[in-house]
Design a protein. Structure first.
Lengths: 237, 237
């Protein structure tokens, strides 16, 4: 989510290959160089694909002889998005071309956001085909994965001026609506806030299902909805 | 939706074959015999399939020589659900078997609810494969089509004891959340309320986008959400 103050990211940690095969994995990754760049990736979709993409992006950083384009050297966030997109497309193609057919597709989607010194923070949504779109004031946030349940509150409560504290509340409510409705999304939630022009992580936290603030938002939101519902006038025949 | 008082149904009227091919069709159908049965069908999915199913169900009523199993003669709602399921499966198979491949699938889903003299009102969800599930006190309502955006409020505000007036408000809020997020769902909305043991329509209405009550719920809900959101405590670092 793009805010006037910077960028904020949240992801769940559940992956599944069927309801009887559920695991916990972090889907939030960062790449940073002090005083120069801070980049965050969020992943959704096939876990083998997204892990492979992250490994490739990291490996390229670690092997100086075979660097080529690197996420740590790309001159702009646009180039970073292109690099992530190209890597994603390559990984999907490599798995799809070998003639094996998986029940699930190898598809994955990424959100890439961050800032490189000399330009504003930018936020991109990367498609499995490797192409991407950028957030704007008209559409200042992206969702990937199981997006629909949590969307109505985003549409209604988002405000670019909102504080970090309110933004975290909004993201938690949006995730809570999704978690309540869909088994493929589950706590704990990873969150990261990036303050514009800082080129470092401002705040990173993992919110568990026992987190007192999460519980107060989750229960409070249910009650708030019920009471908002009761206060609206009933239909009249 | 199943209530202690009876059954209530709501559907939108939009169908689309791509964003540049949008039409308006009624997706709510009734079959009634005074003092004996009242049956309502809601359709979602491929319009050619659902229209064909409804025509077949109606034609069977109209051609006395070729009646066979008829929705107007089935001895129980279970038999009605089976008849709708069988008809749906046949229509999908007929279109799929001729070797043509459509871009979109021929799939469709139905909700069937109603009451036949001698038993309680019952509510079924019919799958494209022709099989079906029945609502219960644990899951007292079904959604078909674009279900996700409108689900969180259903999960939180539904109550079997609620009045007709509150139930209509709930359905309107659920549809409004969907309409705001997804172009494939659009007003006007058709709604029907069936009072238990009446074997006739209690109330049927079409709610347009200019309907003053709908507008008051739509705007009021947006504001109520915003204020509920503001009232919850912000996150603290």
């Amino acid at each position: 989510m793009q805010l006037n103050n910077g960028l904020i990211f949240m992801s769940d940690t559940r992956t599944n290959a069927g309801v009887d095969n559920i695991s916990q994995f972090c889907k939030l990754f960062t790449f940073e160089k002090k005083n120069e760049r801070f980049i965050t990736l969020l992943a959704a979709g096939n876990l083998a694909t997204t892990q492979s993409v992250i490994s490739l992006l990291e490996e390229r950083n670690k092997a100086p002889t075979d660097r080529g384009p690197s996420i740590m050297e790309a001159p702009s966030m646009f180039q970073v998005a292109r690099l992530v997109g190209d890597t994603l497309r390559e990984v999907i193609q490599r798995n799809s071309d070998v003639g094996q057919k998986a029940d699930a597709t190898f598809h994955a989607t990424f959100i890439v956001g961050g800032q490189i010194d000399g330009s504003e923070p930018r936020l991109f949504l990367i498609y499995p085909e490797g192409n991407f779109i950028e957030a704007s004031t008209d559409t200042p946030y992206f969702q990937i994965g199981e997006t629909k349940y949590g969307r109505p509150i985003m549409l209604r409560a988002y405000d670019a001026e909102m504080s970090w504290e309110a933004a975290i509340k909004l993201l938690l409510i949006s995730f809570d609506s999704t978690v309540k409705a869909n088994l493929s999304v589950g706590l704990p939630l990873d969150m990261l806030a990036y303050q514009k022009d800082s080129f470092e992580c401002m705040y990173r936290d993992r919110i568990t299902s026992e987190d007192p603030y999460f519980l107060s938002v989750s229960n409070g939101w249910g009650e708030a909805l019920k009471s908002a519902f009761d206060q609206l006038p009933d239909f009249k025949f």
